[in-house]
Write a protein that binds this ligand. Structure first.
Ligand code: NCD
Length: 363
């Protein structure tokens, strides 16, 4: 039954206690991997990657294999029936009966939630366009737990493409739920954090300030989260070139930072961290990538062993008279999807991509 499955579409669907359970279990698996080698024997994970991936896909696969499970899936939709025009609903419906757990990445915001509607097994969001990336956030939480020993009371600098970086959105949403975290948002005006994430910071009374220059902010930080300028999400190559290379973390800037700074990056890096920084003991991005495998082992276990009450996919209402104003939203390409919105104060918040639409404008 669909509503018995524990999906992970957005971390905010679950309590912070559960996130911590995953982190603590991942830490335990790291210490004693031999205890877990058969925990998923006989289970199959299906990985559907409609967008390129190295770490997310392989760490999920390695996680399942290290738990004794097996794998099916594709990482190049052009070699699957997607190339023949198959919709997400049909692909998911079938593949989810072949596997016991489905991991999906897609270029459209909301696509993984859309897939979960028809899936017959739990679904994990491995990145939906520029929207969210909850398992990268679990990876980041584990890395902070391992390096800083805590997830609260931190000054966290987020630098680069804050507009399109899904890892940024998921991490800010999560860290703003933990007490006493402060954020320094370092970006150009063009790539600033979306309004709906700033609203979440305000709702959690999380302190934040915006900066345009990394060198002005670096000395204040406990954590610096560097990100890639997301070339594939720009409307034109020209717009991308104007933003590329604005932020480069190098050895010179590292001299201004605290001795106990932790530098994170979800990777892949392009030019935003020079190779010279890699040998600095504060550079934790390779350790972070390694944490990704252990945290995904913990997540798979907790989902398959049904460790918590599933969250409903939707809380609002179906409004077929309203069109989501986000052109990239999956509801604007897969037209058969029911349009779920949370309606409040004359505004409709799309339950797939979180974008707000003024109701009067669409009627
Ligand atoms: C990120 C992603 O895909 O969003 N990478 C990852 O999953 N580790 C970051 C990026 O692509 O820049």
């Amino acid at each position: 039954m669909r509503d018995e499955y524990i999906d992970l579409i957005d971390l905010s669907d679950y309590s912070t206690v559960w996130w911590e359970d995953i982190v603590v279990l991942a830490h335990e698996i790291m210490q004693h991997p031999e205890r877990y080698t058969q925990r998923c024997a006989g289970k199959i994970m299906a990985t559907l990657f409609y967008e390129p991936s190295t770490r997310t896909q392989m760490s999920f696969q390695a996680a399942m294999l290290r738990l004794g499970g097996s794998l099916i899936g594709f990482d190049n939709p052009s070699t699957s029936s997607v190339a023949k025009g198959e919709n997400i609903k049909d692909t998911t419906k079938i593949v989810s009966t072949y596997g016991d757990i489905l991991v999906m990445r897609h270029p459209s915001p909301g696509a993984v939630k859309a897939a979960a509607i028809s899936a017959e097994c739990p679904v994990i969001n491995a990145g939906d366009g520029g929207h969210l990336h909850p398992t990268q956030t679990l990876t980041d939480l584990l890395t902070l737990y391992e390096t800083k020993g805590k997830l609260s009371g931190l000054t966290i600098g987020m630098c680069g493409d804050l507009k399109n970086g899904r890892t940024v959105h998921s991490l800010i949403k999560a860290m703003s739920c933990m007490p006493d975290n402060r954020f320094v948002l370092i970006s150009t005006k063009e790539l600033e954090l979306p309004q709906y994430i700033k609203k979440i910071l305000d709702e959690h009374h999380a302190e934040y300030r915006e900066e345009e220059r990394l060198e002005d902010a670096i000395a204040d930080l406990d954590v610096l989260y560097m990100t890639r300028i997301q070339r594939e999400r720009f409307a034109s190559q020209q717009q991308y070139l104007e933003q590329k290379d604005v932020y480069v973390l190098d050895e010179e800037k590292m001299k201004k930072a605290r001795k106990d700074l932790v530098v994170l990056h979800p990777l892949p890096r392009v030019d935003e961290i020079t190779i010279g920084v890699d040998d600095d003991p504060r550079a934790m991005y390779f350790k972070q990538a390694n944490c990704g495998m252990y945290v995904r082992m913990a997540l798979i276990l907790l989902i398959l062993e049904k460790s918590l009450k599933p969250a409903p996919l939707f809380k609002g209402e179906v409004r077929s008279d309203i069109k989501c104003s986000n052109e990239k939203c999956i509801t604007n390409t897969e037209k058969y999807l029911p349009h779920y919105f949370v309606i409040k104060d004359g505004q409709a918040v799309c339950e797939y991509c979180d974008e707000t639409t003024e109701i009067e404008k669409t009627l």
